[in-house]
Design a protein around this ligand. Structure first.
Ligand SMILES: CC(=O)N[C@H]1[C@@H](OP(=O)(O)OP(=O)(O)OC[C@H]2O[C@@H](n3ccc(=O)[nH]c3=O)[C@H](O)[C@@H]2O)O[C@H](CO)[C@@H](O)[C@@H]1O
Length: 395
């Protein structure tokens, strides 16, 4: 079985993390998003994967190389400009040949979804689409179903008018004829893969494969936090590195550091014996956590430091960033305002960018996003968005 993964999107909603790494390489549970997807494909029996990547693809290629580490063949197709999911898939035409599975590169799914969609296509000869139920269908492509077929896909549903609970799960199986359908699609701006499926909808030739397994969106910062803790606490998850015990930092002391259940640790992590780290936390390589710090439901990227007495909840701390002593990055339910959009009632603390330095005794309000290399002076309050390299001072 072969698979095309659409992973060229810019991931602007994960700013500032995506300035220093392409979105597929943003880590969740200490493993790049895209690697979770590749793992699912391998489990489903896929032997050949074509990754559609953007122009900032070097890091993806360096990580996955030719796929031999996963026992499969991985190759790369470049989409220079992000002109939509249909356009992204079209880039793979010359390398695909026969029937294949296609999937979005920004949802963490189970292997069974890929297996079932593929099986449906093989048996029927028709295109197949995975459909699933989510809490907020209007955030996705809402699908209408007639038994086992998809009869409509609405990419811009009006929340109050959504009647179906099912959405397009972004996992498909197609024959090569899908490329001709993409070419026939009128597009103004973006070329959406779902628009290219219109003819098949009309002819009742798009099969729906219902799925109720893991489907984790990783589009927004709070999605990363939720996906991170869901994966870590899922007993099926096999962490990329063994669940290493972090070292306590007291010299000559070999007592076990107090890292509770639901935690994954990279290499070289140091957690002070009097710190508390528990409940869905990923500590990247060389993370340091000081005495009496409390960290829950958070992602700490490699080389970051949480100093003594700091509290970090529901948050993401960027690579090589520093959280000062007694600083609080508190989580919980909050409304996050990003640009013109208000995201109501999301569970989120803050996203602190790579190399940012947050001083001592700072209060970082829930929903804040601090840019890369920003400097926040001690005893200040941070709310909302802080630009890259900005300096937040008192008064
Ligand atoms: C038009 C379309 O497909 N809509 C589907 C897409 O919406 P959604 O809006 O989520 O689609 P995204 O824009 O996130 O793109 C999906 C994937 O395609 C990649 N990408 C996107 C644009 C591009 O030019 N190049 C590229 O490679 C992205 O990196 C991402 O991995 O997924 C949802 C579920 O996950 C579905 O419910 C929607 O029906």
């Amino acid at each position: 079985m072969q698979a095309v993964v659409l992973a060229a999107g810019k991931g602007e909603r994960l700013w500032p993390l995506t300035e220093n790494r392409p979105k597929p390489m943003v880590p969740v549970a200490n493993q790049p998003i895209l690697e979770h997807i590749v793992d699912a494909l391998v489990s489903a029996g896929v032997t050949r994967v074509m990754l559609v990547v953007g122009s900032n693809r070097e890091r993806v290629q360096r990580h996955f190389e030719d796929g031999s580490r996963w026992g499969i063949e991985i190759s790369y197709v470049v989409q220079d400009r992000q002109l939509g999911t249909g356009h992204a898939l079209a880039q793979a035409e010359s390398v695909v040949g026969e029937s294949f599975v296609a999937l979005n590169g920004d949802r963490v799914i189970d292997a069974s979804l890929v297996e079932d969609v593929w099986e449906c296509h093989r048996e029927s000869g028709d295109s197949a689409m995975g459909v699933t139920q989510v809490e907020t269908p209007s955030a996705y492509g809402v699908v209408d179903l007639d038994g086992g077929t998809v009869t409509d896909i609405d990419e811009q549903p009006v929340p109050e008018l959504v009647a179906s609970e099912y959405i397009n799960a972004g996992v498909y199986a197609f024959g090569p004829s899908v490329f001709a359908a993409i070419r026939r699609t009128d597009s103004y701006g973006e070329l959406a893969l779902t628009d290219a499926l219109d003819e098949q909808l009309a002819d009742h030739e798009l099969r729906a494969v219902r799925y109720d397994g893991r489907w984790l969106d990783v589009s927004e910062p709070w999605d990363l936090v939720a996906a991170n803790s869901a994966l870590i606490t899922d007993r099926r998850f096999d962490p990329p590195v063994e669940r290493r015990k972090p070292r306590g930092s007291v010299p000559g002391d070999d007592q076990q550091a107090p890292v509770g259940g639901g935690t994954v640790c990279g290499e070289g992590v140091i957690v002070h014996p009097q710190a508390v780290v528990r409940n869905g936390v990923a500590l990247g390589d060389n993370v340091t956590v000081g005495a009496n710090a409390v960290i829950e439901q958070s992602i700490l990227l490699p080389d970051s430091t949480v100093n003594p007495g700091a509290v970090v909840n529901d948050s993401i701390v960027g690579a090589n960033a520093t959280i000062g002593p007694n600083t609080t990055v508190e989580g919980g339910q909050t409304d996050v305002v990003l640009g013109d959009t208000v995201h109501q009632g999301v569970r989120f603390g803050a996203l602190v960018g790579d190399n940012a330095e947050v001083g001592a005794g700072v209060t970082v309000a829930p929903g804040s996003i601090v840019g890369n290399s920003a400097v926040v002076d001690s005893a200040t309050v941070v709310t909302g968005r802080v630009d890259d390299q900005a300096h937040v001072t008192r008064g």
